[in-house]
Design a protein around this ligand. Structure first.
Ligand SMILES: C[S@@+](CC[C@H](N)C(=O)[O-])C[C@H]1O[C@@H](n2cnc3c(N)ncnc32)[C@H](O)[C@@H]1O
Length: 293
């Protein structure tokens, strides 16, 4: 079994039925770099070299990635406890220990999960994970692009995993700060999310986290400026947005308490720990969940 405590080996990505043929190694990829921050092994030298430069300039960024992952974990648990049994993880990345189906199964063993990403390594990784330890009646992977909501929705329903009559938790965790160019090059993040709000059945949830420079300590803001330049120069543009812009993505959905907050402050487990940050705003991630009435 190529899964070792949740980690897909590089060998299983490069050989076997789901082997990747053409990994673009001309530039780092957001998914593979993020995997490296989180201690994964599904990354190449080009990704590690870039990630090491980022971490050298901004060591706290690894803690920010971990805090984001921890928010993701709490959201899945919280929504599963509220009775949600279907999760659509868009921009799922390279799920390491904390893949959504495992998080959900920790609460109830009958949740359905569809993973979506448009990065070949992320898709292959999710396919191997689902093949090896998933349940074909409950788990699937879609190679899709969030900028095409209707097409994505069709592909997701075509898996037969998601019941269109039942509520869905749409997870868009740390994906919308990745530049989402439309046909004319302008960012179509808002339009895309607005369409997802329409497509979601009543009683569904939208969970978001997003990188921000709004309200963070000045030294973190300066580091984010450096980080943005590095990502932009690498061919992976990132956009930090204000809290009000991120809140607007929830439209008329009803926010769950405590609303749009710093990631460590979203329903922390046990005593609030701020995930090790001196102050929660150093996490530089706004995070929130809202329900479609
Ligand atoms: C920073 S990673 C976050 C991964 C995961 N959601 C998490 O929080 O651990 C962003 C992910 O979004 C994916 N992504 C970016 N733009 C996308 C798009 N237009 N459609 C689908 N996935 C996208 C990237 O490939 C990457 O895997």
């Amino acid at each position: 079994m190529p899964i070792d405590q949740g980690i897909i080996s590089m060998q299983s990505l490069t050989s076997g039925p789901n082997a990747l043929k053409n990994v673009d190694l001309s530039q780092p990829s957001v998914a593979r770099v993020y995997d490296y921050y989180l201690g994964g092994s599904s990354n190449w030298a080009v990704d590690r070299e870039f990630a090491d430069r980022v971490l050298e300039a901004f060591p706290l960024f690894r803690d920010i990635a971990v805090a984001n992952r921890s928010f993701h974990h709490r959201v899945v648990h919280d929504l599963a406890r509220r009775g949600i049994r279907q999760f659509l993880d868009v921009g799922a990345g390279i799920p390491r220990e904390g893949s959504t189906h495992r998080m959900a199964d920790e609460v109830v063993p009958d949740c359905r999960v569809v993973y979506v990403d448009n990065e070949p390594v992320a898709v292959a990784h999710a396919e191997i994970l689902v093949d090896e330890e998933g349940d074909p009646d409950r788990h699937a992977v879609v190679n899709g692009d969030l900028r095409e909501p209707d097409r994505l929705w069709r592909d997701v329903y075509a898996t037969g995993i998601i019941d269109p009559e039942q509520p869905v938790a749409l997870l868009m965790i740390a994906v919308l700060h990745v530049h989402q160019p439309g046909k004319d090059g302008s960012d179509i993040w808002e339009q895309s999310v607005a369409r997802y709000r329409e497509l979601l059945p009543q009683g569904s949830y939208l969970a978001l986290s997003h990188l921000t420079g709004d309200g963070v300590p000045p030294e973190i803001k300066a580091k984010l400026g450096q980080l943005k330049k590095m990502y932009d120069d690498s061919g992976n543009k990132v956009i930090c947005r204000r809290r009000d812009q991120i809140c607007a993505l929830l439209g008329n959905f009803e926010p769950l308490d405590p609303g749009m907050v710093w990631a460590p402050e979203w329903r922390p487990w046990g005593t609030p720990t701020r995930d090790g940050f001196a102050t929660s705003n150093a996490s530089a991630i706004w995070a929130g969940v809202a329900r479609k009435q």
